[in-house]
Design a protein around this ligand. Structure first.
Ligand code: ADP
Length: 262
């Protein structure tokens, strides 16, 4: 079993990714859609706003209007684009968000921000993290020959849709499924020592030393490394950060091209 997470960053070649995914059996896909969400929400007059936590993690401010646009882009445009392309490749893909069949359930958080020098809790923010994965539903699909294509949002314990990080959701799913490998594809060759120099690829990281590499990861790359550490802690054999812009991106990643964390 392998889990392929394809991001939503600019430059990702979905055709190449999906042509390669179609060659494998026992695959589950998770996808993102951040760049497209930024485009569409800007077109709709609601440009993205980001929150930075005290620990330096960046997340999207997800008020109810943003959540509605999030659903349109992730569950609609991106998810159906991927399912359609897989169908054209002869793969019987089924697209699901985390709220369908309680696939991804987790805790909603209430982010704290500082505004005009005052601490404030954002009560209308719909974000959180995944705690539980409905493995029975995924297994039901796999056992009947379907390829699940999974996207945020997840469902909170109060049955609200919540925006969750795609990389960490993928890590939870990979762990719950006891996947051999979690392949995380984006618009970069892997984890770079210098984000502006693609030749500075870190090729191998020992799982028990992965935390030491956190200072290299900036912005949203931090979530990928966090997700990788969580997946390895929970029994996934290998996590690979690979390039989604090249031919056969999944196969190349599984051959060790990218950043292999083991
Ligand atoms: P996706 O939506 O595909 O998951 P993200 O935009 O969340 O992708 O994360 C990928 C981005 O992380 C890269 O485009 C890059 O700009 C940024 N990044 C930050 N630090 C690093 C790093 N050390 N190595 C590689 N990419 C990094």
């Amino acid at each position: 079993m392998i889990l392929v997470k394809v991001g939503g960053a600019v430059g990702i070649d979905y055709d190449r990714v999906l042509q390669d995914v179609a060659r494998y059996q026992d695959v589950v896909m998770v996808h993102g859609g951040s760049a497209e969400l930024n485009n569409i929400s800007t077109l709709l007059g609601k440009p993205p706003r980001m929150l930075t936590s005290a620990s330096g993690h960046v997340s999207r401010r997800t008020d109810p209007e943003t959540l509605a646009i999030f659903n349109m882009v992730y569950c609609g445009k991106m998810n159906k684009m991927i399912v359609e392309k897989l169908q054209q490749l002869g793969v019987n893909a089924v697209g699901l968000s985390g709220i369908d069949g309680r696939l991804l359930v987790g805790k909603r958080k209430h982010p704290r921000v500082v505004e005009n020098g005052k601490k404030k809790v954002l009560r209308d923010d719909y974000t959180g993290r995944v705690d539980r994965v409905n493995v029975d539903l995924i297994t039901l699909l796999l056992d009947n020959g379907f390829l699940p294509v999974i996207t945020p949002p997840a469902l909170s314990y109060d049955n609200e849709a919540i925006n969750v990080d795609g990389d960490r959701a993928a890590a939870s799913i990979a762990s719950a499924l006891d996947a051999e490998a979690l392949v995380i594809l984006s618009n970069i060759p892997g984890l770079l020592r210098d984000v502006d120099d693609e030749a500075s690829l870190i090729e191998h990281i020992d799982a028990d030393r992965a935390e030491e590499y956190m200072p290299f990861a900036q912005g949203r790359m931090k979530k990928k490394l966090l997700g990788a550490i969580e997946a390895l802690d929970q029994g996934v054999g290998t996590v690979i950060f690979g390039d989604a812009r090249v031919d056969e991106p999944v196969t190349r990643a599984l051959q060790g091209r990218g950043t292999v964390i083991q």
